[in-house]
Design a protein around this ligand. Structure first.
Ligand SMILES: [Zn+2]
Length: 444
């Protein structure tokens, strides 16, 4: 199948990325964000392509956009295509160019959101408009959702859509969003394209230790700070056991085969040493799996006391915990044990873990679309260490994949650009992405 996108689509994906970056949708958390101008921009482009986008707000200014393209096969399940409109903050003084300039310089589009994820939003818009010009209709219904609030709680975004506007997603069985199908250079000349088929769950924990307040010079065996510190020390030092989910197992097997490491033997969850040895041998590519072979819990914040000679009656800490699909009960029991009887813990924020099949037709089509335009690349499944809007859409029974294709040169480290300084994306990477997305959607 030849490349079926026209030249206008290649121009538009660049223009739309740059335009969307110039619309400052910084999400500072706590409700401090305004996506509406970006939502109106996207809705206007969708309407020009003959769709009927609806704008939806739970909170004034926190706008989501949803549109549906009718497929040719009414019996087929629908596919959700989603991208968020908000971005994380950027400190202009740290950047080489202004983070909201959208400047295109030397073939590169610069600015906050260039890879997370106004690039994907622009690719979706460019594909839909190209289809309108060419009279293309996909086989399945394609539901497009541009969301608010992904970079904070999602309560004004995908959470609101899933809870209050489920009818707009009727028939959707699978969803595609961030982040996957970007080039991962392994340092030895190989180009990997990880496609996400799962996410660890989010368990942000609040720990509270109580004790007896008193003078700092007296004997005190009920010191809340000491109790909290001991619990945090146990949590930080805990060696979480190996837990291989189907996605991670598939990732390890494909990587082992790619690197000629079959001699290590089959990936066996009862053999943590074998798996750790395999990770060692994978070198830089181990970064694609090492954060998802175990649960994790990292202490991140502490609050206690107000004066050096006063023992406070209470001490509070926060822990960033993440759990793999199928391990939440074990995670909770482990936290009960590690915190002990003197420290209470509760969820400050909790989100489900996701598991998507890698042997599905839709995964095969994503793989084929990448391989068509990057024949030198190797697609591998992976599990995301963190989370995306796919968690909220999973409440509607939608199986989520991470697929926002980008072909990146070796000197651009995708993971460093994500939420990083000087976030940018080459024009050629956008051209690759829009071609791959078009191919995938035509065949999905
Ligand atoms: Zn994102």
């Amino acid at each position: 199948m030849a490349d079926q996108l026209d030249a206008q689509a290649l121009d538009e994906v660049v223009t739309f990325t740059s335009d969307l970056i110039r619309i400052d949708t910084t999400n500072r958390g706590g409700g401090d964000c305004r996506e509406r101008p970006a939502a109106e921009y996207a809705a206007a482009l969708l309407a020009q392509a003959g769709t009927e986008p609806v704008l939806l707000e739970r909170t004034e200014g926190r706008t989501n956009v949803v549109a549906r393209i009718e497929g040719t096969d009414p019996a087929a399940d629908a596919l959700l295509l989603h991208g968020h409109l908000d971005v994380v903050p950027a400190e202009a003084a740290d950047w080489s160019v202004h983070p909201f300039s959208g400047e295109i310089r030397d073939g590169v589009v610069w600015g906050r959101g260039a890879v997370d994820m106004k690039n994907m939003d622009a690719m979706i818009l460019a594909v839909v408009r190209a289809w309108a010009r060419q009279g293309v209709r996909p086989r399945r219904d394609v539901v497009i959702a541009f969301t608010a609030d992904e970079e904070a709680s999602a309560e004004d975004g995908s959470g609101f859509l899933a809870d209050r506007h489920a009818a707009l997603f009727e028939g959707c069985t699978e969803g595609v969003g961030e982040s996957g199908a970007f080039t991962f250079h392994d340092g030895a000349g190989r180009q990997l394209y990880p496609i996400a088929a799962g996410e660890r769950g989010t368990a942000w924990l609040k720990l509270t230790a109580r004790g007896r307040a008193g003078h700092g010079s007296k004997v005190n065996r009920d010191n809340a700070v000491t109790r909290l510190a001991a619990a945090l020390g146990r949590i930080g030092a805990h060696q979480w056991p190996l837990r291989l989910t189907p996605t991670v197992r598939a990732a390890l097997a494909e990587l082992a085969a790619l690197y000629g490491l079959e001699t290590v033997g089959p990936v066996d969850p009862r053999d943590p040493e074998g798996t750790d040895a395999l990770l060692d041998k994978l070198g830089p590519a181990a970064a694609l799996v090492e954060a998802t072979v175990r649960n994790s819990a990292n202490p991140t914040m502490m609050q206690a006391g107000y004066k050096v000679n006063v023992i406070p009656g209470e001490a509070v800490a926060y822990v960033d915990g993440r759990f793999l699909p199928g391990t939440e009960d074990e995670f909770r029991a482990t936290l009960d044990r590690l915190t002990g009887p003197d420290v209470e813990w509760e969820f400050h924020h909790r989100e489900v873990a996701l598991q998507a099949p890698v042997d599905s037709p839709v995964f095969a089509r994503m793989r084929a679309a990448v391989e068509a335009f990057a024949p030198e690349g190797h697609v591998v499944p992976y599990c995301m260490s963190g989370g995306t809007d796919a968690k909220q859409f999973s409440r509607l029974g939608i199986t989520g994949y991470g697929f926002s294709p980008l072909k990146l040169p070796e000197d651009l480290d995708y993971q460093a650009l994500f939420h990083g300084v000087d976030e940018r994306v080459p024009v050629e990477a956008l051209h690759f992405g829009v071609r791959v997305l078009d191919r995938f959607l035509r065949t999905a």
